[in-house]
Design a protein around this ligand. Structure first.
Ligand SMILES: [Zn+2]
Length: 252
């Protein structure tokens, strides 16, 4: 009985630890693309908050005081609480991307034979996780079907600069690529090597440095690329009939 109590105490402690760790990881991962890191040619500007339209109060509360849209917003205070995206300031800093600002890629390498049948046409919903974050999730939330760990990837720019990456224990990788054309090589023992091209266009939409990260339903593809980057799914095969492929998607 004491042992059971002790076990639940351990579980509860892990749960308590999970909250700050998750917050840190979300900030960290969003910071990859939307943090204040500036690249040559980037400019910082201040814009009217697009979520509350500068109204400063939470836009997700109906006049009748009905519940907020999701749990994240529900933590931010009662009806007419401050807008979580600008913290009640009514304005938000944005980065206007210069021609060299990189796009973050959230990737996965899969064995096509073991991957989901739709892997060529749709992106795994859980692709944008770093390994540290994934390690806390249940396998059904964490795993990408057919994902291959420890696969080496090489992105070589037109200027000859080589950027290396490697999939983690769950088959994901993440890298930042400045605008330009890249030759991509992906090597895994027992599979045909993928050799393909990837063009990274300059970012065109501002990066909003909002204080909350819930996604707007009106977000366009280019806004999504500025805020979160792109997803990159690489499928490898072992035979000529099962040729390797590379696809980009909007981050789900
Ligand atoms: Zn606001």
């Amino acid at each position: 009985m004491y042992e059971a109590g002790y076990r639940s105490l351990i579980k509860y402690s892990f749960f308590l630890l999970f909250i700050p760790v998750t917050c840190w990881v979300i900030n960290y991962s969003v910071g990859y693309v939307s943090g204040p890191t500036l690249h040559e040619g980037d400019r910082v500007d201040t814009r009217t908050c697009r979520r509350c339209d500068g109204g400063k109060t939470d836009p997700n509360i109906a006049p009748d005081g009905s519940p907020r849209l999701n749990a994240e917003l529900a933590m931010k205070g009662g009806p007419d609480g401050p807008c979580p995206f600008c913290r009640g300031k009514g304005s938000v800093e944005v980065v206007l991307p210069g021609p060299k600002r990189p796009t973050r890629f959230w990737g996965a390498v899969v064995d096509r034979k073991n991957a989901a049948a739709e892997i060529e046409y749709s992106c795994p919903a859980n692709i944008a996780l770093i390994a540290f974050q994934a390690a806390f999730l249940r396998p059904e939330m964490r795993d990408i079907q057919g994902a291959l760990p420890n696969v080496r990837l090489l992105f070589v720019s037109d200027a000859g600069e080589a950027i290396e990456s490697k999939t983690d224990a769950f088959g994901r990788f993440s890298t930042c690529l400045a605008p330009g054309n890249y030759r991509v090589k992906v090597f895994a023992a027992g599979f045909l090597t993928l050799e393909d091209h990837l063009t990274v266009a300059p970012l065109v939409e501002p990066v909003w440095l909002e204080k909350a990260s819930s996604r707007s339903p009106d977000e366009t593809g280019e806004e999504r690329r500025s805020s979160m980057g792109l997803a990159l799914v690489i499928a490898l095969g072992r035979t000529e009939e099962d040729r390797p492929s590379l696809r980009t998607f909007a981050v789900p």
